[in-house]
Design a protein around this ligand. Structure first.
Ligand SMILES: NC(=O)c1ccc[n+]([C@@H]2O[C@H](COP(=O)([O-])OP(=O)(O)OC[C@H]3O[C@@H](n4cnc5c(N)ncnc54)[C@H](OP(=O)(O)O)[C@@H]3O)[C@@H](O)[C@H]2O)c1
Length: 259
């Protein structure tokens, strides 16, 4: 049985929708005090209100992960409203789909700035408060795309998601002396608001290539992140967990069809 995470202070970047909202919901349900950050305050606030309505403890703050000062203010706010900071879920990310031949420098740069530099800036801004926690936890939302698989239109995205793991493997060594662990969740295809917009046919064809025959739900990622945050996971650092319904395993569609 895991020790309770009750009253741990958690900051989730990109917590206003999609996977971040799922992570926030799971931590709030576990009794944590959750600060939801996103660029748009209305979205973050709506999500926090939902969690509070459901009996959780949550607050919202507008912060952009590409802006260090903004992330410092978010970390300070977590300390102010929740009395400290124990867990950073560095989850904010963007994935504009565009092939190399059509990609502008700007698209490359904003993707790298948000997903990779944003991870670094979020960690750096939260570090002083996480050090004070004594058993700080940093949990990155990476992806199977980049570290394990590829998909046309996502060279830049895949590079950032693989880059997060390179960052993690040295960060965990540097931060071990503060009792801070750094781990990453690698989601497969997760059903978010954005994906729902692509329609039921898209979802059906994606699900057909997954051994468990369904897309993930955002809570699937939340529970994996929650494990890394537990006291019992305190000896696990610099590690990854793939949460993808077995998606990366079949050698071909034949492997799926013959099962
Ligand atoms: N969905 C999937 O199937 C999937 C699979 C693998 C990995 N992932 C990873 O999971 C993470 C979340 O993806 P998602 O699908 O849940 O995305 P999403 O639904 O589009 O949500 C993205 C979140 O990030 C915030 N955000 C975007 N840019 C930001 C910035 N510069 N600063 C602060 N917040 C920012 C957004 O709010 P604002 O717009 O208000 O800022 C929103 O809260 C990403 O890191 C993504 O790479 C997703």
């Amino acid at each position: 049985m895991f020790s309770s995470l009750k009253d741990k202070s958690v900051l989730v970047t990109g917590g206003s929708k999609g996977i971040g909202k799922g992570i926030a919901r799971v931590f709030a349900k576990s009794g944590c005090k959750v600060l939801i950050t996103a660029r748009h305050e209305d979205g973050a606030r709506a999500c926090a209100d939902e969690l509070v309505k459901a009996g959780g403890k949550a607050a919202a703050f507008a912060a952009d992960v590409t802006d260090f000062r903004s992330m410092q203010k978010a970390a300070d706010y977590a300390v102010k409203v929740h009395g400290g900071l124990d867990v950073l879920c560095a989850n904010a990310g963007i994935f504009p789909q565009v092939k190399i031949e059509d990609m502008s420098d700007e698209t490359w740069d904003i993707t790298v700035d948000t997903n990779l530099k944003g991870t670094f800036l979020s960690v750096k801004a939260c570090l002083p408060a996480l050090k004070k926690s004594g058993e700080g936890r940093i949990i990155l939302t990476s992806s199977i795309t980049g570290p394990v698989t590829g998909f046309p239109g996502w060279t830049h995205y895949g590079a950032t998601k693989a880059g997060q793991l390179g960052f993690m493997r040295t960060a965990c060594i540097e931060l071990a002396k503060y009792g801070i662990t750094v781990n990453a969740v690698l989601p497969g295809n997760i059903k978010t608001e954005g994906l729902t917009d692509l329609g039921p046919d898209y979802e059906k064809s994606m699900a057909a290539s997954i051994p468990l025959k369904r897309l993930g739900v955002v809570e699937d990622i939340g529970y994996a992140a929650l494990y890394f945050a537990t006291r019992e996971a305190g000896y696990v650092t610099g590690q990854t967990i793939i949460v993808d319904g077995g998606q990366i395993l079949p050698e071909s569609m034949d492997a799926i069809n013959q099962a």
